[in-house]
Design a binder for this molecule. Structure first.
Ligand SMILES: *[C@@H]1O[C@H](CO)[C@@H](O)[C@H](O)[C@H]1NC(C)=O
Ligand SMILES: *[C@@H]1O[C@H](CO)[C@@H](O)[C@H](O)[C@H]1NC(C)=O
Ligand SMILES: *[C@@H]1O[C@H](CO)[C@@H](O)[C@H](O)[C@H]1NC(C)=O
Ligand SMILES: *[C@@H]1O[C@H](CO)[C@@H](O)[C@H](O)[C@H]1NC(C)=O
Ligand SMILES: *[C@@H]1O[C@H](CO)[C@@H](O)[C@H](O)[C@H]1NC(C)=O
Ligand SMILES: *[C@@H]1O[C@H](CO)[C@@H](O)[C@H](O)[C@H]1NC(C)=O
Ligand SMILES: *[C@@H]1O[C@H](CO)[C@@H](O)[C@H](O)[C@H]1NC(C)=O
Length: 359
């Protein structure tokens, strides 16, 4: 055997043993060979199941792909929160690897790209290095080679949980086995119009290769999302995770506007996203039972968010979102943490709670 094959074999073995030792995260149901025969744009064919004994506690971040003091400050605060709250996992809304100068690139080149270490593994330590990161792709992940990010899950490290561009999880937690459904979606084909896109960064070409560039294919993905939402109507909480924010005016882009009506019809509790490098919320109202979160400020920050937000952190703020649900309560608590400056103590800048969905 060639050395690199042996090394890869050992890596897979270590990953498998890790899964056995700490079975708090879902294990794949189909084999890698079966996966390789499918395009990554084909939704993962089965639901992943997880069980937790106590409260459901997670952090949500996005747009974390730029190394620097801002990212490190957010990572340090996340580590503290994760440790002190028995956090179970990270919800990763994408943009994992940014171009940093004119001679490097967005995304990764392969499963062996040194960026896996420098931008992810070395940057998030302690508890953050033990729990799974449930991942969707952002537009910057599509640039260069998004297939390599899915393959990293399959061949190197299952903690970077990314079995396909589209997948569904069901978590059950607490004494009452409370059911939570998660639909993880790739919003890039809904955000960019193939016909009017130039091929900067290969986004256009990749949409074509992955067969997400015709209105028929886009509609099929919307139908799949609707089908999944129908199937999980018995869940106490339903969450959708995607990269592009749907707050206010930001949803008025190509097919993105088709998503909120689906979420409203099937009474999704909340949608988690980034893309806009802000911390923002759009709350429920008399016609919409859905709360929209933007948590896209884990390594860079914008000065302005989406017109129509109910709350926005001031431009320039960096941080993350923390969510906790108790099994015996009909509400979900959330808080945004400001971790803009290394050395200043991170602090909660906005918090609230959401009511359980009507069933
Ligand atoms: C969560 O972690 C933060 C930061 O350490 C801490 O202030 C807070 O009390 C923790 N919450 C719970 C419920 O333990
Ligand atoms: C560009 O960034 C990479 C890290 O991503 C670094 O290794 C390289 O030295 C940088 N090049 C220049 C010209 O700054
Ligand atoms: C992208 O990554 C995949 C998986 O690692 C690899 O098989 C493929 O050759 C890469 N594509 C390009 C264009 O480099
Ligand atoms: C996509 O772009 C094409 C070409 O510019 C245009 O004709 C079409 O109306 C656009 N579609 C949508 C839904 O915006
Ligand atoms: C979609 O992409 C494929 C492959 O790149 C291309 O052949 C086809 O013309 C595209 N379809 C449309 C409707 O643009
Ligand atoms: C309720 O919120 C939705 C989006 O969350 C928005 O489109 C709609 O205009 C709002 N309706 C009212 C009555 O404010
Ligand atoms: C966030 O924290 C920084 C210090 O790290 C502080 O300068 C800034 O005012 C804080 N922002 C808010 C909205 O509290």
């Amino acid at each position: 055997m060639k050395l690199d094959i042996i090394v890869q074999f050992l890596q897979v073995l270590v990953v498998s043993l890790g899964v056995l030792a700490n079975s708090t995260y879902a294990t794949p149901i189909i084999s890698h060979n079966e996966r390789e025969k499918m395009m990554i744009s084909i939704p993962y064919p089965k639901i992943f199941h997880e069980n937790y004994r106590h409260d459901l506690d997670f952090l949500a971040i996005g747009d974390w792909g730029l190394p620097g003091p801002g990212k490190d400050s957010v990572a340090a605060a996340m580590e503290t929160w994760a440790k002190n709250n028995d956090t179970l996992f990270v919800i990763n809304v994408g943009d994992n690897f940014y171009q940093t100068n004119s001679s490097d690139y967005d995304g990764v080149l392969s499963v062996h790209d040194p960026r896996w270490n420098s931008v992810w593994l070395d940057a998030y330590r302690g508890k953050l290095a033990e729990i799974p990161w449930y991942t969707v792709a952002g537009n910057h992940d599509w640039y260069t080679n998004v297939t390599a990010q899915v393959d990293y899950y399959w061949t190197v490290n299952q903690r970077f949980f990314f079995p396909s561009l589209y997948y569904v999880r069901v978590s059950k937690f607490g004494k009452m086995n409370t059911k939570v459904a998660w639909i993880h979606i790739d919003t890039d084909p809904f955000a960019y119009n193939y016909s009017s896109l130039d091929n900067r960064n290969d986004m256009k070409e990749n949409l074509g290769i992955l067969k997400l560039n015709t209105t028929k294919e886009i509609q099929e993905k919307l139908d799949w999302i609707e089908e999944q939402l129908k199937c999980v109507q018995d869940a106490k909480w339903i969450f959708v995770v995607g990269h592009h924010t749907l707050i206010g005016k930001c949803r008025d882009q190509y097919y993105l506007s088709k998503l909120p009506p689906l979420f409203e019809r099937y009474r999704v509790t909340a949608y988690f996203a980034g893309h806009s490098h802000m911390l923002e919320v759009e709350s429920v109202n008399s016609t919409s039972p859905v709360t929209y979160f933007t948590t896209g400020a884990a390594s860079i920050h914008d000065l302005k968010g989406c017109k129509g937000a109910s709350w926005s952190a001031p431009g320039g703020t960096m941080g993350f979102l923390h969510v906790r649900i108790r099994d015996d309560e009909d509400k979900m608590n959330f808080e945004f943490i400001n971790a803009t400056t290394a050395g200043s103590p991170p602090e909660v800048i906005y918090k609230g709670s959401l009511k359980v969905r009507e069933r």
